[in-house]
Design a protein around this ligand. Structure first.
Ligand code: GMT
Length: 376
C-alpha cells in the first residue's frame, strides 16, 4: 500500500507512534510518505520505502497566524497525486484530521477518492480538542474520517463522552519495537557515571507539561531517597522544567537529580533504570511507561486514563490515585528496596510490554487500511 502519514514531528508520544508505525510498515514493504513541517525526530531516511515531504508555510506579514492547515492540505493534495498515495493516516486530530478532510474534498473534485484514518492520541481529545473554540471543528473532522482509531479503551470512552461522535471508534493500542532492546547499551562504565554502586536509578521521561505533574515526580523521589540511596534522572524538556529544578534546590536534593533535556539516548537511559515514575493527571495511554517496561523497568503511575491498560497494578508496577504521592512513594519503595522483589517486577514489566509488541499490533492497522481502501 502507498500510505501518507501526517503527524507532529517533535518529541512527544503521537509523533513517536506515527514514526515507528511508518518505519515498520516500510519494513513490511509498504511505501510510506511522512508529510509534516519538519523531519520527525525518530525518522532516519535510510529506507527506499520511506519518503519525507516538508510542509512549508511561507511567512506573510498580514497574517497574525500563518495558515498551516491550508499549507498541509495543499501538500497532501499534491503528494497524493504525485505518488498515487492510496490512504491518509493522520495522527492527532488537531489540525490534522481537519486538513486531511479538506485534502480529501479537493481530491474528490478531481475524481480521486482517498480514505482517511484518524488516530486519536489523547490531549487532542481530553485537553485541547475539548476546548469550546475547537470542539465543532474537531467533532466534524472526526465524524468525516473514514476510520477512527484510539490508542486505548479509556480514550475511546472519553471521546464518546466529550464529543457527539457518530463513527465507530476502533481501539488499537500503542506498541513497542522489542527487538531494539538487544542494542548493546548496558555498559557498566556508563551506569557508574550516573549512579554509585548500590544506588537505585529512578527515571521520569516526558514533555514536562502541567499534565505530567512534575512536582509530584520530585516529591515522590524526595521520599524515596530518604529511605534508600537513589538518583533521579529527569529526561525531556517543557514549561515545568525550571520549576522542577527550583524544587530540587528547595528540597536539598539537587545533587541527586540529573536533568538531561530532550535526549536521543532514551534507550540507554532506560537500560540503566530501576524504576519509572509517571504520576500524570491524565494519560490516554502512557507510551513512556511502555517504553520503560520494554527495558524491564517497573512503573509507578497514577491510575488515570489508559494507564491501567498498560501498567498492571501489583504486577508490572503499581497504580495510585492522582496526587497520592505518599502512596506512590510507598509503592516505589516496596519494589526497589529488595533485589529479589525488584527482579520479579522487572521480569513482569517486560512480560507486560510483550503484549504490545509491534509485530502483534501492526497487522491490526494493515487490516484496517486494506478494508478502508477496498471500501473506497
Ligand atoms: O502528552 C504527551 O505526552 C504528548 C501526547 C502526544 O500526542 O504527543 O501524548 C499523548 O499521546 C501518546 C501517544 O499515543 C500517549 O501515550 C499519551 O498518553 C498521550 N498523552 C496524554 O494523554 C496526556
Amino acid at each position: 500500500m502507498k500510505i501518507a502519514i501526517v503527524c507532529y514531528p517533535t518529541f512527544g508520544g503521537s509523533g513517536v507512534v506515527a514514526t515507528e508505525l511508518g518505519l515498520e510498515l516500510a519494513r513490511r514493504g509498504h511505501e510510506i510518505h511522512f508529510i509534516t513541517y519538519s523531519q520527525p525526530v525518530r525518522l532516519a531516511l535510510l529506507d527506499a520505502n520511506v519518503h519525507y515531504h516538508e510542509v512549508n508555510v511561507p511567512e506573510y506579514p498580514l497574517f497574525h497566524y500563518q495558515p498551516y492547515e491550508l499549507a498541509l492540505s495543499s501538500k497532501l493534495v499534491d503528494m497524493v497525486k504525485l505518488y498515487k498515495i492510496e490512504l491518509l493516516h493522520v495522527h492527532y486530530a488537531i489540525p490534522h484530521a481537519y486538513a486531511g478532510y479538506m485534502a480529501k474534498q479537493m481530491l474528490k473534485d478531481e475524481g480521486i477518492e482517498i480514505p482517511m484514518v484518524t488516530t486519536l492520541h489523547g490531549t487532542d481529545i481530553t485537553l485541547v480538542g475539548n476546548h469550546p473554540f475547537y470542539k465543532p471543528a474537531v467533532t466534524f473532522s472526526i465524524n468525516k474520517s473514514d476510520v477512527v482509531t484510539s490508542v486505548s479503551q479509556s480514550l475511546k470512552e472519553d471521546t464518546l463522552k466529550l464529543f457527539d461522535i457518530k463513527k465507530e471508534i476502533v481501539v488499537i493500542p500503542n506498541f513497542i519495537e522489542l527487538d531494539n532492546n538487544k542494542i548493546d547499551t548496558v555498559t557498566p562504565c556508563f551506569r557508574s557515571a550516573l549512579a554509585k554502586d548500590g544506588e537505585r536509578i529512578i527515571t521520569h521521561i516526558s514533555n514536562f507539561r502541567k499534565v505530567k505533574r512534575i512536582p509530584d515526580v520530585i516529591k515522590i523521589f524526595y521520599m524515596i531517597q530518604k529511605e534508600i540511596p537513589a538518583k533521579l534522572l529527569m529526561v525531556g524538556d517543557g514549561p515545568e522544567k525550571e520549576k522542577a529544578e527550583n524544587l530540587c534546590q528547595e528540597l536539598g536534593i539537587a545533587h541527586k537529580v540529573i536533568f538531561f533535556g530532550n535526549s536521543n539516548e532514551i534507550d540507554r537511559i532506560l537500560s540503566y533504570s530501576d524504576l519509572f515514575l509517571l504520576p500524570s493527571e491524565t494519560e490516554s495511554f502512557g507510551l513512556a511507561a511502555l517504553e520503560a517496561m520494554a527495558w524491564s523497568v517497573p512503573v509507578i503511575s497514577s491510575n488515570s486514563g489508559g494507564l491501567p491498560e498498560v501498567n498492571l497494578n501489583g504486577f508490572s508496577g503499581y497504580l495510585s490515585n492522582v496526587g497520592d504521592i505518599e502512596g506512590m512513594a510507598a509503592n516505589a519503595l516496596k519494589i526497589v528496596k529488595e533485589d529479589v522483589v525488584l527482579n520479579q517486577f522487572k521480569h513482569n514489566a517486560l512480560e507486560t510490554a510483550n503484549k504490545f509488541d509491534i509485530k502483534k499490533i501492526l497487522p491490526l492497522y494493515e487490516d484496517l487500511y486494506q478494508k478502508a481502501i477496498n471500501n473506497t
